[in-house]
Design a protein around this ligand. Structure first.
Ligand SMILES: [Cu+2]
Length: 175
């Protein structure tokens, strides 16, 4: 019985994971800045970090942000940690056989002079097993680790879920 329950829990986690990403992706523009990013000698700056409020009993979430490399050296995002979640991964969406799927990345190149934007339907920081639901208006810290040794802590703002209930039909909401 224990095994069966465990399996149900992991299926629920999977659905929640998909649900977190299948909302009205482009319904809102998040042009304001969180103000928590700061320039350093590395030239890496993180801006506009946000997450969508959890839907129902969703156990997973995703964080979105923009990483600016104004330095002259290429860098690479190698991981992230947050007290808000048990585990994080860098994820991308890739289309395979006409279906969008999430894929774990080992890292994310941040070329010199470029901005890499993580946004719904695309790149994101997956937050597995949230310690508590993400509530609209809430905030949590996310620490980003870079190959150069730079660590950046940003404050992630939790935004409303959006206009319509999120289903579990997958990743069709992009574009
Ligand atoms: Cu994901």
């Amino acid at each position: 019985m224990r095994n069966f329950t465990g399996r149900l829990a992991s299926v629920a986690a999977m659905l929640a994971c998909l649900g977190a990403l299948s909302g009205p992706a482009l319904a809102e523009q998040h042009s304001h800045q969180s103000g928590s990013g700061q320039e350093t000698a590395s030239g890496i700056d993180v801006r506009s970090a946000w997450a969508r409020a959890s839907a129902g009993r969703a156990v997973n979430g995703a964080a979105y942000l923009a990483i600016v490399n104004s330095g002259s050296e290429d860098d690479r995002l190698t991981g992230a940690v947050s007290a808000a979640a048990a585990r994080t991964e860098i994820h991308a969406h890739v289309e395979r056989d006409g279906v969008m799927r999430m894929t774990k990345l080992d890292g994310l190149d941040i070329p010199a002079g470029k901005t890499v934007t993580l946004k719904p339907g695309g790149l994101h920081i997956m937050l597995f097993r949230l310690r508590s639901p993400l509530r609209k208006g809430g905030r949590f810290d996310l620490e980003l680790h870079f190959r150069s040794g730079v660590k950046k802590t940003v404050e992630v703002e939790v935004h409303p879920i959006g206009g319509r209930p999120m289903g579990h039909e997958g990743h069709g909401a992009h574009k």
